[in-house]
Ligand binder design. Structure first.
Ligand SMILES: [Zn+2]
Length: 534
C-alpha cells in the first residue's frame, strides 16, 4: 500500500483529484467506483472544476457507486442517489445513463445485487475505485465481522449506524435498517484503489490498517491483499509513529505509539542520584528504539513543575534541571516535554475514556491527588504548573499541612494515602470493629484493598470512613466542575479498580447530569500515550 500524507483535507482532495484526472486522461472510457460521505466531497469539487476547465471529460465515463440504503426513495435527500447527483453527476458532462447506484427502491434486492455484479462485469470491471474508511474500519457497508469474501449484497445496518442516521429522517419508519453494498471481493476486483482518510478520528483505523494483520474486525485490512492501493490521508488521520516517555518516581516507561496503539514498550528503574546519568540512560533507550522504528516525534512526561524549560521534581534528581536541553545533546529530533499528569489527561482524552469529550479533567488518586485539565482537546497550561488540582484548599481553618507549604489542600483529604490514614484512625478508635481486626491481622497495616475487605464484611466503621472519603472527593470534584464546566471527570489510580463501587456514590453525590464521571480506561498507559501525542 502506497501512503501519501498531506498537510490537510484540501491537499488530500487535491492529490486524489490529480490521480483520478490522470486516470480519465489516460483512459477516457474509464469505469470509476465512487463513494459517498463527507470525505470525497473535496475530491468531487475539484473534479467538477477540472471538468469545467476542459481538463477532463466525463462523456465516456461509467460510474458504479459502492452502496445505497435499503429501502429508500431516490428523491429522499439522504439517499446516495440524491447525494451523487448533488455532489457530482449534475455538475459534470457525464451521461446519467452511465451512472450506476444500487437501487434502493427495488422490490427484489437480491436480484438487484446479482444484476449489479453482472453490470460491473459487463463494463469490464472498475478501473479506479474511490473509498472512504469508517472509524471502525468499514468500507462500503461492509461492517466489522462481515463476510470478507462477499459480492454485492443486502446487509443489515448496525444499531450504531441506524441510531446515527435517525436524526436525518423525519419519522422512525423512514430510517433504513438495511443497505445494498458492494462486497469486499467486488471492491478487490477493481484494478486500482484510492483510499481517503481525513481527521483525527480516523487515526486509529489508519494505524490498524497499516500495522495489523488482515482481520475481520477491521474489514479495510483486506485491502492489503490488493496490489495497487493508494492511501491518501491528512496529517490528523496519519499520526505517524511516535515515542512517548513517562518518567515516574520508580520507573521510566517507553511506548512506541501509532494512532493510539502501542506497538512496542520498554521500561527501566528510575535513577535517583544523578540527573545527568539519568538523562543519558533515557537518551540511550530512545536512540535504541529509533533504530527499530521510524519515530517522528518524542514526547516526555515528567513529574513536578516545568518553569522556562527547567524541571523540578521532589521525587527525581531534577532540581531546576534543563531536561530538554540535556536530552537534545544526545537526541537529534524534536522533543516535547510536559507534566506527567497533563500527559495522562491528554492520553485519556485522545484514546481513552475521554475520547468522546472535548473538555475533561483527569483526577488521579494515589499518594497525592494529581490532575490534568483538557479544554477543547488540548492541555490547559498556566505559566508553569496549571492543573495542580490536589492543592486546591478545601479546609480554611485548622487544615492539615501539605508538603507544598499550604494547609488544608484537597490531597490531604482525598488521596489514597489520606483514605488509609482516615481508616487507620477509625480502626484504632473502634477496637471491636472488623476494620480493626483486619488491621491487626495484617501487621497493623491497612491499604485500599483491606479497607474494601472490611466493607465487604459489612463493617459499619469502614462504611463510615468510606462515606466520608467520598464526601471529601466530591467537595473537590464539585469545585472543579464549577470552575471549568467539563464534559467529564475521569478518575484514575489503583483505587479505581473498584469501578462502580467507587464511582457510583461520587456520581450520586455530585448529582450533575451534565458531567459524566468515569474511570480511566488507559490507567498506567495514559501517561506514555499522552506524552507521545505532545
Ligand atoms: Zn498542597
Amino acid at each position: 500500500m502506497r501512503v501519501i500524507v498531506c498537510e490537510n483535507y484540501e491537499e488530500m482532495s487535491e492529490q486524489a483529484a490529480k490521480l483520478v484526472s490522470s486516470q480519465l486522461i489516460l483512459k477516457p472510457e474509464s469505469v470509476l467506483g465512487l463513494a459517498t460521505g463527507s470525505t470525497p466531497i473535496g475530491l468531487y469539487q475539484r473534479l467538477i472544476e477540472n471538468n469545467k476547465k476542459g481538463e477532463i471529460d466525463f462523456s465516456q465515463v461509467t460510474t458504479f457507486n459502492l452502496d445505497e440504503y435499503y429501502p429508500i426513495k431516490r428523491t429522499n435527500d439522504q439517499s446516495y442517489y440524491y447525494f451523487m447527483n448533488e455532489q457530482l453527476f449534475s455538475k459534470v458532462n457525464i451521461n446519467p445513463e452511465n451512472t450506476y447506484i444500487p437501487n434502493g427502491e427495488t422490490k427484489t434486492p437480491n436480484d438487484e445485487c446479482a444484476n449489479y455484479e453482472k453490470l460491473i462485469k459487463m463494463h469490464g470491471g472498475v478501473d479506479l475505485q474511490i473509498l472512504g474508511i469508517g472509524q471502525n474500519g468499514h468500507i462500503g457497508f461492509n461492517e466489522p465481522d462481515a463476510n470478507l469474501n462477499s459480492k454485492t449484497h443486502l446487509t443489515n445496518l448496525t444499531e450504531n449506524t441506524i441510531e446515527a442516521n435517525s436524526r436525518f429522517f423525519t419519522s422512525d419508519e423512514e430510517v433504513p435498517r438495511q443497505a445494498l453494498t458492494m462486497g469486499i471481493s467486488t471492491i478487490l476486483k477493481s484494478k486500482k484503489i484510492i483510499l481517503l482518510a481525513s481527521g483525527a478520528n480516523k487515526s486509529r483505523v489508519v494505524s490498524a490498517l497499516l500495522n495489523d494483520a488482515i482481520n475481520t474486525s477491521v474489514p479495510a485490512t483486506m485491502l492489503k491483499v490488493h496490489p495497487d492501493v493508494v492511501l491518501i490521508c491528512d496529517k490528523d488521520a496519519y499520526t505517524g509513529v511516535r515515542l512517548g516517555v513517562d518518567i515516574g518516581g520508580t520507573e521510566v516507561k517507553f511506548a512506541v505509539v501509532e494512532g493510539g496503539k502501542i506497538l512496542y514498550r520498554s521500561q527501566f528503574e528510575t535513577e535517583k542520584d544523578s540527573a545527568d546519568r539519568f538523562v543519558e540512560q533515557i537518551a540511550e533507550e530512545c536512540n535504541k528504539i529509533r533504530k527499530e522504528y521510524p519515530i517522528k516525534t518524542i514526547g516526555i512526561g515528567t513529574p513536578g513543575t516545568i518553569k522556562n524549560g527547567l524541571v523540578s521534581a521532589s521525587n527525581l534528581p531534577f532540581k531546576s534541571y534543563p531536561l530538554g536541553k540535556r536530552l537534545k545533546d544526545y537526541i537529534d529530533m524534536p522533543i516535547n516535554i510536559d507534566n506527567d499528569a497533563n500527559c495522562a489527561a491528554l492520553g485519556e482524552s485522545e484514546f481513552g475514556a475521554g475520547e468522546k469529550y472535548e473538555n475533561i479533567i483527569m483526577v488521579t488518586l494515589g499518594t497525592g491527588v494529581g490532575g490534568g485539565i483538557i479544554i477543547d482537546n488540548k492541555i490547559c497550561h498556566g505559566k508553569y504548573s496549571m492543573g495542580e488540582v490536589g492543592h486546591i484548599i478545601i479546609e480554611a481553618k485548622n487544615g492539615l499541612p501539605c508538603p507544598c507549604g499550604q494547609t488544608g489542600c484537597w490531597e490531604q483529604y482525598a488521596s489514597v494515602t489520606a483514605f488509609i490514614r482516615q481508616a487507620k484512625t477509625a480502626a484504632l478508635e473502634n477496637t471491636d470493629s472488623a476494620l480493626y481486626r483486619i488491621y491487626k491481622e495484617n501487621g497493623e497495616k491497612l491499604n485500599g484493598k483491606l479497607i474494601f475487605a472490611a466493607l465487604d464484611e459489612g463493617c459499619p466503621v469502614a462504611q463510615k470512613v468510606f462515606d466520608e472519603y467520598i464526601d471529601w472527593l466530591v467537595v473537590g470534584i464539585k469545585s472543579l466542575i464549577n470552575i471549568f464546566g467539563p464534559d467529564a471527570i475521569i478518575i484514575a489510580g489503583g483505587i479505581t479498580k473498584q469501578g462502580e463501587r467507587l464511582v457510583a456514590p461520587i456520581r450520586e453525590r455530585v448529582n450533575n447530569s451534565d458531567v459524566a464521571i468515569e474511570v480511566s480506561e488507559l490507567q498506567n498507559d495514559a501517561g506514555a500515550l499522552g506524552a507521545a501525542m505532545l
